[in-house]
Design a protein around this ligand. Sequence first.
Ligand code: TXA
Ligand code: MG
Length: 317
Amino acid sequence: MAIIGKDIRLAKEFLQKGQLVAIPTETVYGLAGNALDEKAVLSIFETKNRPSFDPLIVHTDSVEKLSLLVSDIPEAALILAQKFWPGPLTLLLPKKSAIPDLVTSGLDTVAVRIPDHPLTLDLLRALEFPLAAPSANPFGYISPTNAQHVEQQLGEKIPYIMDGGECGIGIESTIIGFVDGIPTIYRLGGLSIEDIESAVGGVALMAHSSSNPQAPGMLKSHYAPKKPFFLTERNDFPVHADGFGYLLFDKYIEGIDQKNQRILSPTSNLKEAAHNLFAYLRELDAQSLSQIWAEPVPDNDLGRAINDRLKRAAAVD
Ligand code: TXA
Ligand code: MG
């Protein structure tokens, strides 16, 4: 059973031995292991039941250390790194051979980021190696945004969970690659397109699907609760039956028991909605309900990333 605490020395000891530790970040909790140790990386895939074709993100604490991991940092990448790191941004950069192929699923780029959480930054500074860390959930399930979420699902499988409280942002990082030097969004996330464009001008959006080899791991069905989950405008919800749960943007549906409803942001704030999204989805999934119905949120700013997660949660393949 995992120990839960804030002991960086203990976390470091486990990681040095090749074991896994759950780490808090500003986006979601990560399941971390030594990114340069192939055995530790393999156990990340095993612990999550993650298919080996879905590459991992490597976390470090400085651009200086990054230069040991990647062979080139294009100018647009440097601008983004300087503006948004530490923060909810992941960059795809050409990898050096120090990074095992297992981490990148054989690709010649590696996903890297500097997360914005004081405990995890302190841990990264104390380590001689970077941390490979996917979200700390079983493959395909909802990402964890507090230490208890991690404990519920992976507590039996890992020795230590670093408790950094609730994740501030609550959805995963935005992933950006460079296609012919043009910043291209591979995954919408905690940094909005608006923010990225303000730094580097236009960005392209990678069309992703489970069959698109350009975007490995961008499986349609993901972030999904165990219960049947549907996404549609509230006017199209089916006639209300007992035992349905509802995930709503900013107001309750009249005439339905409020305990079966979750309001992502009563003040219509997309940041607050992102922060609550995964925790509320878990709560509804844990209640005795037969189905969960969600409505999309406004499709701008962080709303795009929220809608992306809702669509994937509702996808069937
Ligand atoms: O916010 C986050 O990014 C969190 C925290 C823990 O940092 N991590 C996270 O990792 O969301 P994960 O494993 O759940 O998602 C990583 C995704 C992969 O599914 C894949 O789509 C993409 O990153 N990825 C990683 N390496 C890639 C590469 N070389 N090329 C394209 N996509 C890559
Ligand atoms: Mg994930």
